[in-house]
Design a protein around this ligand. Structure first.
Ligand SMILES: *Cc1c(COP(=O)(O)O)cnc(C)c1O
Ligand SMILES: CC(=O)N[C@H]1CO[C@H](CO)[C@@H](O)[C@@H]1O
Length: 444
């Protein structure tokens, strides 16, 4: 009976993926959806047929992020090898912290991280998989502070001067979250100006550092971005590295989605100088399609900073008199206790398509972008103005034909941000998208 239910669930899960859903979403108002789903939990269990109907409903009313016309987020599409890795990860449900309970995954994580580091240009180093890019960025800031002020671990912020962090005006909001979370304070995040492509202006970084110093703050961390979240800008890493060298600052590169360009011979120049950074955030769950979640923080450090900064030496878990090499118990590098296995989906996909396959995927996304830009130039009326984007968004969601995100930026009004990373995506889908925007907005 139990096995039967499990098999049905797996079947339905697959159905959800292979079923040719015509719509990206089935929009319902929240009250209506709550009633349809009958979410209330009760004393007694339900029979098989009812459970199956529930599973069908979950799939039906969820957003199909693997639909080629889901352009809404920096993740999209599905890679079936990675998905197999995700099923297997769930089925094995172990924790990544010790060799004892995760022998395969401890070795596998080490290999995957080392391969990612070598793409950055480091023969050695350290790193760990984290629950998302926001967390990876937080790790970078925390380790950087620990390197500058190791006493912070014991004495806390009491022992420290006012600290200063530097990042561009268009960096991801996780920098602010990290500064708040770590007691540095969001007012101590200094925003550096960007040029009209959205790239950090290195001269302004230099000036902003001097400004912070003149206010009595102590700079310790520069957060550069390779691939900003909205505009896709790549900060100039070489001149930023020069400044960090001169000032003795930790240089972090947030390459959450941009990191994947390192696979591409044609596009990796966008991250020239990245090997000079101290740490890099890279989310394979974005452009590489491993599925949520898969994010790595990579460090150049070879002195075990990560472990020294975070370890608590729990005696019940990390006994030093174990019968195997305890350096394999990497869990104490983490700020978590139990940690999900995130390496298998990436490893399996990488094994399946090779670095070459991943390179092609990145190159294809750039080709798609070029196509889209050309198409938009050919069409009139693609300067979106004022309140048009939110209205078009509402219409597309209610009709379920596609999903596309919009946002304002700087002084600019709302505009659509189109994500073109799904391998299922074709030129027809992009043409459809442009036609659909025209159709939905024709009366506006
Ligand atoms: C998406 C993104 C993040 C955050 O990653 P999550 O995995 O969503 O936490 C950080 N930085 C950049 C540049 C991003 O694009
Ligand atoms: C491999 C493993 O640890 N499997 C366990 C996963 O969790 C369920 C219960 O939640 C256990 O029954 C399995 O043994």
């Amino acid at each position: 009976m139990e096995v039967h239910t499990t098999q049905c669930c797996i079947l339905m899960g697959c159905l959800c993926l292979f079923y040719p859903w015509s719509q990206v979403c089935e929009w319902r108002e929240p009250e209506e959806l709550a009633a349809l789903l009958d979410l209330e939990l009760r004393e007694n269990g339900e029979p098989q047929h009812q459970l199956l109907q529930r599973i069908r409903d979950v799939a039906k009313y969820s957003v199909k992020t693997n639909h080629p016309r889901f352009f809404n987020q920096l993740f999209a599409g599905v890679d079936y090898h990675a998905l197999t890795g995700r099923f297997l990860t769930e089925a094995l449900n172990t924790s990544q912290y010790t060799y004892e309970v995760a022998p395969v995954f401890v070795l596998m994580e080490d290999e995957v991280l080392s391969k990612l580091r070598s793409l950055v240009g480091w023969a050695e180093g350290d790193g760990i998989f984290c629950p998302g890019g926001t967390m990876s960025n937080m790790y970078a800031m925390n380790v950087a502070r620990y390197r500058a002020f190791p006493e912070v671990k014991l004495k806390g912020m009491w022992s420290l001067p006012r600290l200063a962090v530097f990042t561009s005006q268009q960096s991801h909001y996780s920098v602010m979250k990290a500064a708040a979370f770590q007691g540095i304070g969001t007012e101590n995040v200094f925003k550096v100006k960007v040029d009209d492509r959205g790239c950090m202006i290195p001269e302004d970084l230099g000036e902003t550092i001097e400004l912070a110093k003149s206010q009595g703050a102590v700079p310790f961390f520069v957060h550069a971005t390779s691939g900003t979240t909205v505009q896709g800008a790549f900060d100039p890493l070489e001149p930023i590295a020069d400044i960090c060298d001169r000032q003795g600052l930790w240089m972090h590169v947030d390459a959450a989605w941009g990191g994947s360009v390192l696979f591409s011979k044609e596009h990796k120049h966008l991250m020239r100088g990245v090997e000079r950074a101290d740490s890099v955030t890279w989310n394979p769950h974005k452009m590489m399609l491993t599925g949520l979640q898969c994010s790595a923080i990579l460090l150049k450090d070879t002195t075990h900073l990560l472990k020294h900064c975070h370890s608590a030496d729990a005696k019940y878990l990390f006994q030093q008199d174990k019968f195997y090499d305890t350096s394999l118990d990497t869990g104490d590098k983490s700020i978590q206790c139990g940690r999900k296995v995130d390496c298998l989906k990436l490893w399996l996909m990488w094994k399946a398509v090779g670095s070459k396959g991943l390179e092609e995927r990145v190159d294809r996304a750039f080709t798609h972008t070029r196509y889209l830009v050309e198409e938009m130039k050919r069409r009139e009326g693609f300067e979106l103005i004022g309140k048009v984007a939110p209205v078009i968004k509402e219409r597309m969601m209610k009709q379920g034909t596609m999903m596309l995100g919009y946002q304002p930026q700087g002084g600019r009004v709302n505009f659509f941000r189109m994500i073109v990373i799904s391998p299922q995506l074709s030129h027809q889908d992009m043409t459809f998208c442009l036609n659909e925007i025209e159709r939905l907005g024709s009366d506006l």
